[in-house]
Design a protein around this ligand. Structure first.
Ligand code: NAI
Length: 693
């Protein structure tokens, strides 16, 4: 680790005088996080520049970016001085103008540092933003006060509450940066500094520009809706609106809110996820340098998933060939892909030219040979092992030796799928979620034979597609679907034993999920799980508890939203409880000899969580997931688990352990025959909780 001139670890600031101008270079690899050492280095360098009677100063980052944010690891503990506001005060008090020269990214504390300078110049392709709200707190070094003074209240509310990252051009348009550099950033920053006639021009001394009528209210309403009632969002809005007031007071107000909120439960949970997501994107025993480039992708099967996968790849600038079985299916598939893009033009999200360019990169085909030159081929044909085995064998004869074959199977055993292949090491699971161009999660399934290079390429591709990867081993349902199945089973047993579907859905939405398990089933259709249950009927133990209600719903033609009825009735668009369902449930209870119990909201929530946690502990012990935090990443990115709760494992690790044990004991009673207990302590002890920090 690099230490600064005072020997403090965690980065340093290089100081140099060039032509009367002080050049301050921040170096704290890999992303120049604004650590204690960097803050100290900056304060020291500003003092040095004053001693040297510099005519101006330029702050820039060494390596791939300016400053990607403050060092989040410091945020769970008491902060050491100088804190970031102290650094900014030193810059503002300096007798010369300071220019922040941005490249790569300037986020969070990095952008606040830049906002504290007199001027900002940014290289093309720089991304700037204040992501603090997405981490459970608020900007704390003047972001909520200086940003509105440059861009107005409405835009500041929008940018801060959406935690947006915006481009150099966008930032220039709204007045966040003063100049754009399309050459060497330092040379351009020096020229810019020379061209400034005024000495100081601090953001904090500017009046807040007036907003268009109604703009502030509109931005506020949008932010509140998006913020789902989280207290830091409400506070961020209040602070930005206060920017018209006295700066000394409002900066102090912001700092106090920041100090409180960085130690809030939400902030600890979201920091856990921040590090969990980074760790999930790498594999300890695989060298990322082995990754190859993917520029051309074949998609076999252009149904629901194939279309989404094709769009995700096109969005990332890849060339895509979709192969279907016949003309009709192919035409349906390519026109559905095109229609989705065209709708984006109508919504103003893309220009006609952009959509045309995307569609030019798309080819439709009926012959497998048309994907012969692709770097990677993803199959998304029917969920049938024999169909997939046959397809993979054909692909092997068509593709180049080093091309990768991926399967999007949801449940099937990929080890079985590759058994007959001569090059099984080139096969990987890429399990996308529906809709594949929207959902963040991508489970990357490493079979017993997948090579390290293929896995590394899969992880690199995930990044290119803007997905959050999680590596899983082969096992029914991998990580996410397996845990979801345990959760859904518990939900159905709760209904059999006395709860109503609406009780269960309400309890889980109160916990923070967007939808409950029964509303989700109705949305995705009850027939898929029905078909699976029928297929597996012979494997079921006769002593195991079995909930017949979903079968009865399907037999009655209630397949969910697509038939207008499922667990709920959708005649009036919104889901409404239905007496027919009540009768089916009552009948199932009578048949099973059950005297219905009543369940309160907390019991329902804790039982559903216990089911997830126990299943997660089991699959971790089987090596299907590597780290407990991978489960949290999976459930929050693919299944609607509320991010601000950190994921099921983090949630459980922060609860009273005896209570979690009691929940699992109750779960065992409810499940009965066939229940297996996962290693709870071993799983939860691996999580860093606020108590441990
Ligand atoms: P789908 O039924 O909508 O699409 C399958 C498509 O594959 C059909 O258009 C069919 O004509 C085509 N097809 C079948 N055999 C073919 C062949 N030999 N050559 C070319 N095309 C062929 O199915 P869906 O929902 O898109 O699922 C596809 C795969 O993705 C399955 O393995 C499924 O388990 C998996 N999956 C599905 C998810 C979902 O939410 N629907 C989520 C994640 C994975």
């Amino acid at each position: 680790m690099i230490s600064n001139s005072n020997g403090v670890q965690g980065g340093q600031v290089y100081f140099e005088m060039a032509d009367g101008v002080a050049i301050l270079r921040i170096e704290n690899p890999p992303v120049n996080a604004g650590s204690y050492a960097v803050r100290q280095g900056l304060v020291g360098a500003i003092a040095k520049a004053t001693e040297h009677q510099a005519s101006g100063a330029i702050i820039l980052g060494v390596g791939k970016c300016f400053v990607a944010g403050s060092d989040l690891r410091e945020f769970g503990q008491p902060l050491k001085t100088p804190e970031l506001p102290d650094v900014i005060r030193a810059i503002e008090d300096a007798p010369f103008p300071v220019v922040a020269a941005l490249h790569g990214v300037a986020l969070g504390g990095g952008l606040e540092l830049a906002l504290g300078c007199d001027y900002r110049i940014a290289a093309l392709n720089t991304k700037v933003g204040l992501p603090e709200v997405s981490l459970g707190f608020v900007p704390g070094a003047g972001g909520t006060q200086r940003l509105p003074r440059l861009v107005g209240i409405a835009k500041a509310v929008d940018l801060i509450c959406a935690a947006s990252r915006i481009s150099t051009r966008h930032a220039q348009e709204i007045g966040l940066i003063d100049a754009v550099s399309d050459g060497d950033i330092l040379t351009d920053a020096l020229a810019f500094l020379k061209s400034q006639t005024r000495s100081k021009r601090l953001a904090i001394s500017q009046p807040v520009p007036a907003d268009a009528e109604g703009a502030i209210d509109a931005a506020t309403a949008k932010a509140i809706k998006r913020g789902k009632g989280r207290p830091n969002v409400t506070e961020a809005i209040r602070l930005v609106k206060a920017a018209t007031g006295d700066a000394v007071q409002t900066l102090a107000d912001e700092r106090a809110v920041f100090q409180e909120m960085r130690l809030s439960e939400d902030a600890f949970a979201l920091r856990h996820l921040f590090f969990a997501e980074r760790s999930a994107a790498t594999v300890d025993d695989v060298d990322p340098k082995l990754a190859g480039d993917v520029t051309t992708v074949g998609v076999i099967g252009g149904g629901t998933m194939g279309q989404g996968i094709a769009r995700a790849c096109l969005n990332a600038g890849l060339k895509v060939t979709v192969v279907e079985q016949n003309d009709e299916a192919l035409a349906k598939s390519t026109s559905a892909i095109a229609q989705n893009f065209t709708a984006q033009v109508e919504r103003g999200k893309r220009s006609v030219e952009q959509v045309n360019a995307l569609l030019n990169a798309l080819t439709g085909a009926l012959e497998l040979e048309k994907v012969a030159k692709c770097d990677l081929v993803i199959e998304a044909v029917f969920e049938d092992l024999d169909v997939k085995i046959e397809l993979l064998a054909k692909l092997e004869t068509v593709l180049a030796k080093n091309a990768i074959i991926a399967t999007n199977t949801s449940y099937l055993n990929i080890n079985e799928m590759v058994r007959q292949l001569s090059r099984p090491e080139r096969v990987i699971g890429l399990h996308f979620f529906s809709p594949a161009d929207v959902m963040k999660l991508l489970e990357i399934v490493r079979t017993d034979r997948t090579s390290d290079a293929v896995l590394a390429t899969g992880l690199k591709l995930a990044r290119r597609l803007g997905k959050q990867p999680v590596v899983a081993g082969v096992g029914e349902g991998f990580i996410g679907n397996r845990i979801y199945a345990a959760y859904r089973r518990r939900a159905e047993l709760l209904v059999l034993d006395g709860a109503t579907p609406q009780d269960v859905d309400a309890a889980i939405t109160q916990f923070g999920f967007a939808m409950g398990p029964f509303a989700v089933s109705d949305m995705s259709g009850l027939d898929i799980a029905w078909a699976m249950r029928k297929r597996k009927a012979s494997e079921r133990s006769p002593e195991a508890r079995y909930v017949t209600i979903p079968d009865s719903l399907c037999e009655a033609g209630r397949l969910g939203r697509k038939t207008g009825k499922g667990w709920y009735d959708y005649s009036n668009k919104t889901p409404e409880p239905d007496p027919v369902v009540e009768a089916i449930i009552a009948e199932a209870r009578t048949e099973a000899g059950i005297a219905p119990q009543t369940y309160d909201t907390e019991t329902i929530q804790r039982q559903l969580l216990a089911a997830m946690i126990n299943e997660a502990a089991l699959l971790l012990s089987e090596g299907i997931a590597k780290h407990p935090s991978d489960v949290d990443v999976t459930l929050t990115n693919g299944y609607g688990f509320p991010r601000w709760r950190g994921g099921p494992i983090y949630w459980a690790a922060t609860q009273d352990r005896a209570k979690v044990r009691a929940d699992i004991a109750d779960l065992e009673i409810a499940i009965g025959q066939g229940f297996r207990t996962g290693p709870l302590d071993e799983t939860l002890d691996q999580i860093d909780t606020p108590q441990k920090v």
